[in-house]
Design a protein around this ligand. Structure first.
Ligand SMILES: Nc1ncnc2c1ncn2[C@@H]1O[C@H](COP(=O)(O)OP(=O)(O)OP(=O)(O)O)[C@@H](O)[C@H]1O
Length: 333
């Protein structure tokens, strides 16, 4: 649904060049929620603004729903942008307009009658759970309600794609959860493809099907959450699902001289029988250092860190046994 190829954006200011995007290839499939995460300055905002050409890339291509946006004329681009909704961190609502009028804003140049626009706004406000706030003004709403209005407005043109620029960054954790839940429902009910940027791993964990990690203008890692969790050495997987503790340090006698192994299992697979079989078959004392189960992308994922006595070379066979059982096994230290 969204594909960027070798996307570059260089800002020129005060005689200096800043490379904000340095050859970004991104592929967002139809109907998925795709999150781009990265620290401040990584290029996330620039990327999302290049996807609807609010920012014109210096080079590279942007395809949305099969259309190459960089080669459209100004009027074609205006029309195409209507099918790409966008929500913003600070909502960008007009203070002097009512909630319903804010939602109708993108429909004003579309040839719909006043009555049709009002009916559409009412339908969208109902969809985001704010049917009773149509006549209120933005100042009378909470942050979460303002963002719901922002989302309703973004949906006014019946978009196939919704871009979300840190939509929950200004909200408290509980409101964040409810707005993310709304995005998920809209994704499922309307088949909406959602591309969101965030600096919070929790957002990725709770709502995304796929994710990309950006650093210094580049996508350094990407994939579905399941792929990432199954990828040895994945930085995103480590951040999605940190397994604290267990790194052997001087004086930490029980772990000294042992091999730490991280085991990831998904769905209903239970790791416990494998551990006891491993202990029995190979006569090793398996020390469970840490374990956790979390819901990631709507699926149960478990991780366990175990310590096997001896060096890695001494544990090649037991580690191979765990891998043969279909578990994802990564040697941590
Ligand atoms: N209009 C601009 N003019 C000059 N440099 C810019 C402009 N917009 C962004 N930059 C620079 O481009 C780089 C990427 O910025 P961008 O805002 O895309 O990153 P980000 O990952 O979204 O960060 P943040 O989370 O802080 O918004 C930064 O070095 C930034 O200073």
């Amino acid at each position: 649904m969204i594909t960027t190829s070798d996307l570059r954006k260089v800002y020129r200011a005060h005689g200096r060049d800043t490379v904000a995007l340095d050859g970004v290839d991104l592929h967002v499939r139809t109907g998925e929620v795709y999150g781009v995460v990265g620290t401040s300055g990584a290029g996330k905002s620039t990327l999302i603004r290049c996807v609807n050409l609010l920012e014109r890339p210096s080079s590279g291509s942007v395809q949305v729903d099969g259309r190459e946006l960089t080669s459209l004329s100004a009027s074609e681009l205006r029309a195409t942008r209507r099918s790409i909704g966008m929500v913003f961190q600070h909502f960008n609502l007009l203070a002097r307009r009512t909630v319903a009028e804010n939602v109708q804003l993108p429909l004003e140049l579309t040839g719909l009658t006043r009555r049709e626009r009002a009916a559409k706004a009412a339908e969208l406000l109902d969809l985001v759970g704010l049917a009773d706030k149509a006549r209120a003004y933005p100042a009378q709403l909470s942050g979460g309600q303002k963002q719901r209005v922002g989302i309703a407005r973004a949906l006014a043109g019946d978009p196939k794609v919704l871009l979300s620029d840190e939509a929950t960054s200004a909200l408290d954790p509980e409101t964040t959860r409810s707005v993310l839940q709304l995005l998920r429902e809209l994704n499922q009910q309307l088949g909406l493809t959602v591309l969101l940027i965030t600096h919070e791993m929790d957002v990725i964990k709770s709502v995304c099907d796929s994710a990309a990690l950006m650093r210094a203008g580049k996508v350094v890692e990407s994939g579905t959450l399941n792929e990432l969790l199954a990828r040895p050495g994945s930085e995103l997987a480590r951040e999605l699902f940190p397994l604290g503790g267990g790194t052997p340090v001087a004086g930490d006698e029980p772990l000294q001289g042992s091999t730490l192994v991280d085991i990831t299992f998904q769905g209903d697979a239970a790791v416990q029988p494998f551990i006891s079989q491993l202990a029995r078959t190979y006569n090793v004392d398996v020390n469970i250092v840490g374990a956790a189960v979390e819901t990631i992308g709507g699926r149960q994922v478990g991780r366990m860190r175990v310590a096997l006595p001896g060096s890695f070379e001494e544990n090649v066979v037991p580690i191979g046994y765990l891998r043969e059982q279909g578990l994802q096994v990564e040697v941590a230290a």
